[in-house]
Design a protein around this ligand. Structure first.
Ligand code: AMP
Length: 309
């Protein structure tokens, strides 16, 4: 018989998720009449939120519950043309199983003849990238808050053996209170050794071991948030150069220079993250306890989220 939509693609039976908020959301989102699958007719479509490579994202509302979401519409033809069906499937499965206040939720998905629809958490304050363009830099308070949020979100990912690999302002959205939401499909999966070592993303955030195409592990994410911390405070990434080759060269040398205006506490944190040797990078738990982060972070958790589990 037909079951309510489920995000499990691999077919293994999973119990319902543990968080109360999740139960509620699943009820809101999955309780279509006769438990049929969701379709586009279940939504009222609002303004476009943005354009992506494979389709557009719209503000949308479930007709039944009035629940607001971001609906990402991907065209099957484009995904097939690029041979990304399997990757999309795997990425949906991973993101759907990540439930954390600083990771954009993927609630569900459905498809019709031409399109795949992803039902995503709506991030009301949009892209961190745009905020950075507008204000050039972020202050210590906002940056330290983002560092704590990302360290917590990545701890959660790494426990689940998920490496992100692609943290950068373009991939971070902002929630209602300005809290950061990791939001992209650059998710890298479980076993890095089985992964093709593909190069993607901005050169500025590439860790040395990825440039040198060595095997890498979750410590690539420590490098990336070090680069991010620098860019948010300074206004440009630490190894930015006129040419690709020069950027590579500076990353491999870890040619790190701080503007004197950069607070010493932040310099200390960044220099402990941007280490050539992955094992020497400051672990996530110590980022959260770093004196500069503790002094400036104003993290608030949404009330519905319980940090247990
Ligand atoms: P993407 O295809 O994921 O790059 O999305 C294209 C653009 O849509 C992004 O750069 C954002 O500006 C916007 N966008 C995507 N997802 C969301 C969301 N969940 N909430 C708000 N804006 C979004």
């Amino acid at each position: 018989g037909s079951r309510p939509d489920t995000v499990m693609l691999s077919g293994s039976a999973q119990p319902t998720p543990r968080l109360p908020s999740t139960h509620l959301l699943n009820r809101l989102l999955f309780s279509t009449p006769f438990r049929r699958r969701l379709t586009i007719d279940d939504f009222e479509i609002g303004r476009p939120l943005g354009k992506g490579k494979f389709g557009n994202v719209y503000l949308a509302r479930l007709k039944e519950s009035h629940f607001i979401v971001a609906l990402k519409v991907l065209f099957k033809s484009q995904i097939e043309k690029e041979g990304l069906e399997h990757q999309l499937r795997r990425e949906i499965e991973i993101q759907a199983h990540l439930q954390h206040p600083n990771i954009l939720r993927l609630y569900n998905y459905f498809h019709d003849a031409r399109r795949v629809y992803l039902i995503l958490e709506y991030a009301p304050r949009g892209e961190l990238y745009k905020e950075l363009q507008k204000s050039h830099t972020l202050d210590e308070q906002h940056t330290a808050t983002i560092m704590e949020e990302l360290a917590d979100a990545l701890t959660y990912c790494h426990e689940k053996k998920v490496i992100h690999r692609d943290i950068k302002p373009e991939n971070l959205l902002l929630g209602f209170k300005g809290e950061v939401k990791i939001a992209d499909f650059g998710w890298s999966v479980h076993t890095p050794s089985l992964r093709r070592k593909t190069m993607c993303g901005t050169l500025d955030y590439l860790p040395p071991e990825m440039i040198e195409r060595r095997t890498y592990n979750e410590k690539v994410d420590l490098w990336c948030i070090g680069v991010l911390c620098y860019e948010l405070l300074v206004g440009y990434p630490p190894f930015e150069s006129p040419s690709h080759n020069e950027t590579y060269r500076r990353i491999l040398k870890v040619d790190l220079r701080f503007p004197p205006s950069l607070p010493l506490g932040a310099q200390d944190l960044v220099s402990k993250l941007l280490r050539y040797q992955p094992l020497e990078r400051l672990p996530l738990a110590q980022i959260m306890e770093h004196p500069w982060v503790r002094a400036h972070s104003r993290r608030v958790l949404p009330p519905s989220v319980q940090m247990a589990s």
